[in-house]
Design a protein around this ligand. Structure first.
Ligand SMILES: *[C@@H]1O[C@H](CO)[C@@H](O)[C@H](O)[C@H]1NC(C)=O
Ligand SMILES: *[C@@H]1O[C@H](CO)[C@@H](O)[C@H](O)[C@H]1NC(C)=O
Ligand SMILES: *[C@@H]1O[C@H](CO)[C@@H](O)[C@H](O)[C@H]1NC(C)=O
Ligand SMILES: *[C@@H]1O[C@H](CO)[C@@H](O)[C@H](O)[C@H]1NC(C)=O
Ligand SMILES: *[C@@H]1O[C@H](CO)[C@@H](O)[C@H](O)[C@H]1NC(C)=O
Ligand SMILES: *[C@@H]1O[C@H](CO)[C@@H](O)[C@H](O)[C@H]1NC(C)=O
Ligand SMILES: *[C@@H]1O[C@H](CO)[C@@H](O)[C@H](O)[C@H]1NC(C)=O
Length: 812
């Protein structure tokens, strides 16, 4: 049975190294998942019920749907099947090269099962027509074995640069195959080291590459991999940042596992000189304009988050709880204005608290308690909904030990449970008799970790306004039963049962077309599609010769009309790809009459503040549901924003203030009353004159509630961080003695800093512990804005810190 297992491991690699790497990881995880369910026949009865669909309509809303005529005739001539001639059992990776070029590279790797791990065979295929036909181009890489861990790296700037890391001899000699012409031709060069991670492209200059060797040396190439230069040794974690800056932690003669002993360095000139920007570092993360580092404090068993907005020049201690070695911080999402941070609860509870930051990254407000984030699985359901600003969803573990989905529409200010979809009912399987608990629960990463039958994570796209596709189940908690596919067309306010049973799904033509293929062990010959955002589904039998379906793929960005279904037929070692071009179905281009105005976030049509989120409302033009037309590749969402009047909820509570439960008013902490509030910022003591409010980052409200706030520089020096290494500029020529002295100096100053620290946070003789305001009630109501750039490139994992393609983003 080995070949069956092998052929099912289909991994996808998208061109953009950052965000898409996350998808890639999830997708390949999902394929593994499918394998785990391979022989499980018990689940089948539920699948069967979904097969009782009429031929032209496949959704649960059949009654109201009119069948589309002539589907087969329109699509049959636009369905291409390609069969890979060579035996290609093993894993398969896909990479789209460029944007709108239709170039797709496919790498198949086959490891001989009982021989040396390194021994294997790869084949490289290239398509120029969105996957309709492929050419075997293995000779262009001289039949070299390409390790599937490194797979295909494509430059994120769509300039068509491709890198493959080949294993020449099987004994640690590595060769880089480099293409600048979308994989048409490859130049080759030998690597002077054995790579540990995939090549990291400088996001601003794709000719500059960075990687780590297995000896933890940091190597850099400025000529797209032709020549390499070692720029540093003992490097634990490395990240590109803007303006060609490289940040990395180095272990300086201790092992990388000695977290808390690391140094954080940066270089602005590709390693010609280095600056040490923090010491006693546990870990670091980059996101938006922020650099975060977790730094050991006090006796060295606790650490605090420090944040810098000027690339490590000045650090400020974030007002977040400290964490011990058993706890972790995790950076969930960030934009230019603010971040979401998860702080693990003490003890192995699997839960923690989400905090949201202000625009300086210093004062945090408590956003959600009992947030599910297991240390063992390192998995959280936290999902950024990219189709509507301010929307995030995740899961909490209630006190009864139940996993519940919660959603925020206003960037974490309020979280609430999901409403029950109109067109579905809670089954009799509700284990308890709790009334009014029939709610929708969405399955995300946690469910896939728990090996539930969920083939896809929730899907949303910025250009498909308001649209979310996700697996979910109804009940008083996340059910372990067979999930169905639910669709929301308004960013998660309302949901609808769209397809019964688990499916693979994709968004095409900026949301104008949705496609889905049932996730089943049976042979597949049918694709379902919807032109009205998932209300009505039609079917198309794309083949007379059904196949074992492995995965679905279309060009990233959801602008394509071509979708490829990957699988195999009876000859298990040969991949088959069926590509369907839906352009013939949507024959007409959309015109102005096809779009309607839609007020985003509208929940109460009567109120004047309806649709106000983060201080403004937005009217968008979106496709009418009954329009069957083509948005086109160049479709852009047209938005009309208008400001709202400010209210208390447009503000965070300031330092020294908090919001009592169920109140929107910020109240001064007892410790602060009657005293001037001195606040240490950027090493100068600032006197803060505040009525307790600070505008939420990104909030654009005008007029209305305008509390006063003033920071006066008291001209006193204070220490706002637990480290003080600004004077430390080491240009690698320092000798060991100098380094030793510097280290001692650091230890001394940080001891002093500890003293200062306590002193400076004392207000009138007492230590001020910032109280985290609950932004509003906990899990009941609603309001926020979109942190849309969760960039995995900037994140790391505690467990596998060298594993670049991990989808975890712990900032430990
Ligand atoms: C389908 O393609 C064939 C051959 O390419 C052509 O003869 C036939 O007319 C096409 N049918 C339609 C409906 O376009
Ligand atoms: C291709 O591989 C063969 C055998 O390994 C070798 O002799 C030949 O020089 C290689 N060609 C190139 C262009 O590297
Ligand atoms: C690390 O430290 C040990 C003892 O302190 C020393 O013998 C060794 O040479 C050092 N290694 C490096 C790479 O500096
Ligand atoms: C499509 O395939 C399904 C089985 O998957 C079959 O029941 C149905 O009759 C087919 N429809 C057409 C129009 O051939
Ligand atoms: C679909 O693929 C064809 C090539 O087979 C290409 O010409 C067309 O532009 C693609 N459509 C879209 C919307 O990407
Ligand atoms: C806050 O409101 C919730 C629901 O309205 C209520 O259950 C809770 O007791 C309130 N808490 C306080 C402290 O008033
Ligand atoms: C700290 O000072 C730097 C440089 O003087 C400045 O760019 C930065 O904005 C200041 N940080 C804060 C939080 O005020």
């Amino acid at each position: 049975m080995i070949w069956v297992l092998c052929i099912l491991s289909l991994g996808f690699i998208w061109p953009a190294a950052g965000r898409h790497a996350r998808n890639a990881e999830h997708l390949s995880g999902l394929k593994r998942f499918q394998r785990d369910f391979g022989g499980d026949d018990d689940d089948r009865s539920a699948v069967e019920s979904s097969v009782l669909l009429s031929q032209s309509s496949a959704g649960p809303n059949d009654q109201t749907c009119t069948p589309l005529l002539g589907v087969e005739a329109a699509l049959l001539n636009h369905t291409s099947t390609f069969m890979f001639k060579v035996r290609t059992a093993g894993s398969l990776s896909l990479a789209w090269v460029g944007d709108g070029t239709g170039v797709l590279l496919v790498l198949t790797t086959f490891h001989a099962p009982f021989l040396l791990m390194r021994f294997g065979q790869s084949n490289l295929y290239r398509s120029e027509d969105y996957g309709k036909t492929f050419r075997d181009v293995t000779d262009r890489i001289n039949h070299t074995f390409i390790q599937s861990e490194f797979g295909i790296s494509v430059s994120p700037d769509h300039s068509g640069k491709v890198l493959l890391t080949g294993d020449v001899s099987g004994f640690g000699r590595f060769r880089l195959f480099r293409s600048r012409d979308f994989g048409l031709s490859f130049a080759q060069s030998d690597l002077p080291f054995e790579p540990l991670i995939q090549m990291l492209f400088n996001p601003e200059d794709s000719n500059t590459l960075l990687t780590l060797s297995i000896r933890l040396d940091l190597w850099l190439s400025e000529d797209f991999g032709a020549t390499w230069r070692k720029i540093h040794d003992s490097v634990c974690l490395v990240r590109w940042s803007s303006r060609n800056t490289i940040y990395f932690t180095t272990s300086n003669n201790v092992s990388c596992s000695e977290k808390g002993m690391l140094e954080l360095k940066k270089t602005l000139n590709y390693g010609r000189s280095f600056q040490t920007i923090a010491t006693r570092v546990y870990s670091f993360a980059l996101g938006g304009k922020f650099v975060f580092a977790s730094i050991m404090t006090g006796t060295g068993t606790e650490r605090t988050i420090h944040v810098s907005v000027d690339g490590g020049g000045h650090w400020n201690m974030a007002q977040l709880p400290t964490a011990t070695n058993q706890q972790f911080y995790s950076f969930l999402a960030a934009n230019q204005d603010m971040i979401f941070m998860h702080v693990d609860d003490p003890g192995d509870t699997g839960i923690g608290t989400i905090y949201v930051s202000d625009d300086r990254g210093i004062v945090f407000s408590k956003s959600l308690e009992r947030h599910l984030y297991t240390t063992t699985g390192s998995d959280t359901d936290f999902t950024t909904i990219s189709s509507l600003r301010g929307v995030y969803l995740t899961s909490i573990l209630t006190e009864d030990g139940v996993v519940e989905t919660v959603i925020t529409y206003d960037q974490g200010a309020k979280w609430q449970t999901l409403r029950r979809p109109e067109n579905s009912q809670c089954g009799s399987d509700t284990s308890t008799n709790r009334a009014n608990t029939c709610r929708l629960h969405i399955h995300a990463s946690y469910s896939t970790t728990m090996k539930m039958n969920v083939p896809m994570l929730p899907l949303s796209q910025p250009n498909a306004v308001g649209l979310i596709l996700a697996h979910g189940s109804l009940g008083d908690a996340e059910s372990t039963l067979f999930p169905d596919v639910y669709v929301s067309d308004d960013g998660g306010y309302t949901w609808m049962l769209a397809l019964k049973g688990p499916h693979h799904y994709a968004i095409l033509d900026s949301g104008g077309l949705l496609v889905a293929v049932e996730h089943t062990n049976a042979l597949v010959n049918q694709i379902k599609f919807s032109t009205d955002e998932g209300q009505c589904w039609h079917t198309y039998n794309f083949t007379n010769d059904p196949l074992h379906f492995s995965g679905m793929d279309s060009e990233p960005g959801s602008r394509s009309m071509n979708v490829s279904l990957w699988g195999y037929r009876n000859d298990f070692s040969k991949w088959v790809v069926v590509t369907i071009d839906f352009k013939k179905l949507l024959t007409r281009d959309c015109d102005d009459g096809d779009y309607v105005e839609w007020l985003a976030h509208s929940a109460d049509r009567s109120g004047s503040s309806d649709g106000c989120v983060l201080g403004y409302k937005e009217t968008l033009l979106r496709l009418r549901k009954d329009s069957v037309c083509w948005n086109g590749r160049d479709f852009v969402v047209r938005r009309k924003p208008s400001p709202c009047l400010c209210t208390e909820v447009d503000y965070h509570c300031d330092f020294g203030f908090y919001r009592p439960e169920n109140s929107s008013e910020c109240v001064m902490q007892e410790e602060v009353k009657g005293r001037a509030l001195e606040f240490c910022l950027n090493d100068t003591a600032e006197q803060l004159q505040t009525s307790g409010y600070r505008k939420i980052p990104g909030n654009q409200c005008e007029g209305g509630f305008q509390p006063t706030r003033k920071e006066t520089d008291l001209g006193k020096i204070c220490t706002s961080d637990a480290l003080h290494p600004n004077f430390l500029t080491d240009n690698s020529s320092l000798n060991a003695v100098a380094i030793a002295m510097v280290v001692i100096a650091i230890l001394l100053t940080s001891a002093l800093a500890g003293v200062w620290l306590v002193k400076k946070y004392v207000c009138g003789g007492r230590f001020l512990v910032h109280r985290y305001s609950v932004m509003r009630e906990s899990v009941e109501a609603n309001k926020i804005e979109g942190v849309d750039d969760v960039d995995t490139q900037y994140m790391e994992t505690a467990k596998a810190q060298f594993n670049e393609d991990s989808d975890q983003d712990l900032l430990d």
